[in-house]
Design a protein around this ligand. Sequence first.
Ligand code: ADP
Length: 562
Amino acid sequence: MYLRRRLPLSSVSASAKTHIPAPAAPVQASDALPLPIRYTNLLFTALFAASLVFLMRRWREELRLSSPLHGVGLAEIVAIVGLVASLIYLFSFFGIAFVQSIVSSNDEEDDFLLSNSAEAPSSPVPVPCTLLCSASSLEEMPDPNPDDEELISSVITGKTPSYVLETKLGDCRRAAGIRREALRRTTGKDLEGLPLDGFDYGSIFGQCCELPVGYVQLPVGIAGPLVLDGTRYYVPMATTEGCLVASTNRGCKAIAESGGATGIVLRDGMTRAPIVRLPSASRAAELKAFLEAPNNFETISLVFNKSSRFAKLQDIKCALAGRNLYMRFSCSTGDAMGMNMVSKGMQNVLDYLLGDFPGMEVIAISGNYCSDKKPAAVNWIEGRGKSVVCEAIIKEEVVKKVLKTNVPALVELNMIKNLAGSAVAGALGGFNAHASNIVSAVFIATGQDPAQNIESSHCITMMEAVNDGKDLHVSVTMPSIEVGTVGGGTQLASQAACLDLLCVKGASLETPGANARLLATIVAGAVLAGELSLLSALAAGQLVRSHMKYNRSSKELMKVAL
Ligand code: ADP
């Protein structure tokens, strides 16, 4: 039996109240034509075809009988009107949307170009799941869907796999609600604090997150302006670490007051390294020689680059472990971070090689020599994604006034901590104070893959006294920043808004890849600011004091005092 329950108003957060989308009806053709667009599309397409066939037949008949073509009867007039009306419809605004929907569903390549200007997709028919609402907010809710209770029980018993709900219902919001209720009943945990409403579940379906039951809220702070290559950027950082945004902001201020920073992209190429096994080590060595021979590069590139018009093979490096061969292919990927693109290209090459090296056995498309989401010297040395260096000269007075320390103290601390200290620790790419703090926060805000923070945070921070020892030259060198502005989480509404703030949303139409490269430079610039500020705090002995101030809520401080 269905209980009609409502969410108490107090339990709905202010943001959720403003962001809960109105229950979406199917898209209508127009106010004047209040039919679902898919029906009007069908109707006018059928009208067009019928009128055309009718008129062709009649005119063919008249030609055969040698009757004059201009003598039209009522039936012909109706058919001509139908033809003109359907043509106007099909080529009008709605028709273009119709044609676009066909084009975009067939051309995977252009999905992102089209969706750049289009609204983010929404859940097909979001109907609030009444079973998830409590007793006092019900009036505005639509009638409960009588199938929900049955489906929840079926999910709990395992009869209906939870993962089919979206496809089965054609309603991502409802699917999430049913899954969540099943989870609530199974675990006895009410998930209070994990909101369900206020999120477009349609936008993640099939690409960003499976089996959703809600979404985690993260605050986004702004550090900046970060003055980089003469432009002011306001850098969005999603974090729950107190002090982080404030500290990066202070670094940005020091950079801005010293005239700004400069960033250079040294290299731009995503990598994938499959592993293949050959009958013997000597056969594996033969394949290595074949792949690395300059004469074969053009042929292999042709095969690889078929994967996308943005994929351009740059380099192949191979390593052997006995009769296993690891082939690390590197390619530019436009504005995409590029893992999918490079994997597709790699698959083309593997299929091609299987023809020429019959004993070759493909073990896996990724053999860890790529190396994705793991600390690895290959990324630190060879680079992966964007290799960026960013530098600034911080004036003596700014070091004193803004950073509250002095140049010799910073230079010495950087040498003893970031260089010697990390060497003592046997660091791999970790010659910095906290690059990963800034990288992770910017990655999460802008829809990057946070797991790639591992190699993207590789960074060596250098500090030296310049201008007769008065000013500070500071730089960060980051060989493997893996970012994209299309694909993955970048098209989700909040993340796209953060990318837009940095003017790097979506694909760069003038120079493919320019947006992703600029984003990588901004990440490095923000890291530069973060390094400056944290090292200054350490040099001035402020760290513990500022963390006590920002990292503890007054409630916690009260507890400490007690
Ligand atoms: P990722 O591997 O980062 O998830 P994909 O390679 O799957 O990204 O997706 C990139 C998609 O975006 C491809 O379909 C590609 O054709 C499309 N695209 C459109 N414009 C661009 C662009 N400027 N740069 C790269 N890809 C683009």
